[in-house]
Design a binder for this molecule. Sequence first.
Ligand code: FEO
Ligand code: CA
Ligand code: CA
Ligand code: CA
Length: 739
Amino acid sequence: MSKQHDLAASQSDVNEYDEDAVLNPSANPHFEDILAARLSRRVALKGGISTTAAALLGGSLLSACGSDDDSTPAPAPAPAPAPAALKIGFTAVAKNKNDLVTVPEGYNVSILHALGDPMHFGDESWKDDGSEAADSYNRRIGDGHDGMYWFGMSDAGAFDAKRSDRGLLAVNHEYVVAPYGLHPAGRAAGATRNATEVEKEIYAHGVSVVEVKRDGANTTMVRGSRYNRRVTSATTMDITGPAKGHLLLQTLFSPTGVQTRGTNNNCANGYTPWGTYLTCEENYLNVISRAAGDDALRAGGAKEVSSLNRYGLPQNRKSPYLWDTAGTADLFARWNSSVTGASAVADYRNTINTFGWVVEIDPFAPDSTPAKRTALGRFNHEGAWPAEAVAGKPIVIYMGDDSRNEYIYKFVSKANWDAADIGKGMAAGAKYLDEGTLYVAKFNADGTGTWVELSFGKNGLDGTNATYAFADQGDVLINARLAGDVVGATKMDRPEWGAVHPTNGEVYMTLTNNSNRVANTATPTGSQLKPDAANPRYYEDLKGASSQKGNPNGHIIRWKEDAADVTKMTWDVYLFGAQADAAADINLSSLTDVNDFSSPDGLYFDKRGMLWIQTDDGAYTDVTNCMMLAALPGKVGDGGVATAAGGTQTRAGAKASADTLRRFLVGPKECEITGIAMTPDHKTLFFNVQHPGEETTPDWAAKTFGSYWPANQADPTVKKRPRSATVVITRKDGGEIGI
Ligand code: FEO
Ligand code: CA
Ligand code: CA
Ligand code: CA
C-alpha cells in the first residue's frame, strides 16, 4: 500500500491509515549512543580519542569481524561478480509515465485476473458499474492485489514444487483501494458507512486461491475449479501457538480465545516447504476503531492502555474505513475494539489483538480452517520469508514490521525439517510453526548483528519489567513490539519485503523509505531519529516536484547468518535507491538510467539466483511510474565502507552496473508494483499491479479516471475503471524470463 495517498479526502472526511505513521516512541539506543559507548570504551582501553576517531574514519568500526583491532584496513570496494552462468538478457525498459505495463522487446503481457472477476460459474462477469452484489465477493477476486505464491500441483491435486503448467496461485487482497471502483460511484460520503458497501469491502479483503493452467502460450485462471477459494475478513480462523486461548484474545465470538474471524490488510506473504501459504496482516488499523473514554474502562489499566497505544490504537480513534459504523450486526460491530460489555467475552475489546499475525492457509484443502500462528509474533507483518529448508535443521522464517522505526524479526522452529511432511498441510504447520523461538534484530554499528531472543523470562521480558510487565509468553508474542523495545532492537526505515538467496542463504530486506530521519546535527524531537549505520541516510531529494526529506529513496539491507551461532550475523547495505542524477553520496550504488529506482518494496529471488525488486514510490513519480528490476547481487562484504549523505558511515555493497541491475518493466499510472511469483521452469512470471489511478478523483458519470488500466493494456482506446490485477509475463519465444 502506498503511503502518500489520501484516498477518501474527496469522498469522506477520513483518510486511509498511513503505514508511514510513527508509532514507536521507545528510547532504544541509536547509532550515536552505540558510537558514544564504543568510543568511551576504546578511549579507556587506548588512552586517547584520536586513534579511535581515526579508526572510525578508516572504517574499522564497521568491519564485519567486530574485532577491536583498530588496525584492520577498510575492505576495498570491488565490483560484484555476477554468477557465471546467469546473465541479465533483456534490454532495459526506459522510465516512463505511460498508462500501461511496459515490458522489454520480446515479452508478452496478459491479465490473469482483476478485482471483481468471478472465480466460479453462476456469477456475472465484471460489469464496470459497481453493481456486483456484496455476497458475490465471496466468489470473486478481491481488491488490492499484493503478495502471492505459485504452488505447482500434480494431476492428483497434490503440492508439486516442480510443476509449471498447473498450479494454485494464492494472492493477497490487501485493501479496498481508491477510487473505490467496486462501488457504483465510489465510496458514499458521510461519518457512517452503509451496510452494503461495508459488506462488499469485508469480502473483497483477504486472499484468493485460484487454479491456473498453462495451455501452449496461454496461462489462464481455471474458472470453476474446486480449488478456487476466497478467504475474507469474515472467514473463521483458528488461533494457534503459545498465545492460543490467551485472556487478551478472548472475544464474544470465541470466549476461550481459540478462534477469530477474518484476515485483514494482507500485504506480503510467505510459503512453507510443506506446501502452504503464509499471508501477513499489516495495516489492520485501517478497519479497527476505539471509542473515546475507553482507557478508563480497561481492566488491565495502564499496562493494557500502553499496549493499545504502542499498536497505534489510542482511544477515540475512528478507523479510516469506519466498518464499525455500518450497523449493529456482529459483522460490523466487531470492528469496534472498545469495552462495551461486562467482560472481554461479552464484547470485542480484544479485536485489535486478533490481528497483526501470520496466517497459514492450505491452498490444496479448500475446506481447511486457516490458522493464526502466534509463535511468529504480532506486529504490522509485511511478510514471512523462509530460508531454504534443510533436513534435520529448524525451519527459519524472516519477517519485518512495516512502520517507521520498527523492527526485523526471525522465527526458528523447535522441530527439525523432515521432507516426509511435504503435503501434510495444516498438520505440518502446527508441527513447525506453533513451537519455536522468536528473535528481533540489532544491527550493530561495527557491521555485526545480533538476534535477541524474545522469550518470557529472558532478556528482561518478565513481570518485573518497568515499561510493560509481561505475564507469559503469549503476552510477549501479542506485544512483540514492546518486547523489541525492551531489548533495544534497531529501529529501521520501514521494513518491507525480504528474500533469501537460494544458494548462499543470505537474506535481503527492503527498507522502503523513512521521512522521519533527521540530520546528524539536528536535535531529534518526538519519535524522530538520527541516521545509524544500518539506516544511514539523511538528505533532501531535490529532484522534481515530489521532493522529500529523510531517506526518501530507501535501501536494501542484507545479512549473512553465522553458521554456528543462531544469534549472530554480519550485514551490509546491498543497494541504495536514488535518482541517477543525484549527488554521489546519495546515489551510493552508482545507479544509471537503466536501473535507477526509488522506494524498493517487493523483493523475490527466483531459484536461479536472480533477484527481482519492485517499487512503491512517491519520490520519483514525477519522472516515472513504479517499476520492477532484475538484479544479480553479489554477497555481504563485496563493497566497502561508505559515507552517506548527511555524514553517517555505513557498509555499502558493490556498486551496481547494467550487468547486475536492469529495469524490467514499468507499471501504469498511479500504481504500485507488488507481488511476484514464478513457475519453477522460469517461463511464466506473475506480478501484481495495485491501485492504478489511486490519486485521481474520478468523475463517475463522465467515466474519467487517473488510469484506465488494465482494460487499456490490449487496446489503448478502451476506457474502463482502473482495477488491481495479476499480470502474466512470458517470452514470445517461450524461453526463460530475464536471461
Ligand atoms: Fe502493504 Fe508495507 O506495504
Ligand atoms: Ca510500500
Ligand atoms: Ca508492501
Ligand atoms: Ca523526486
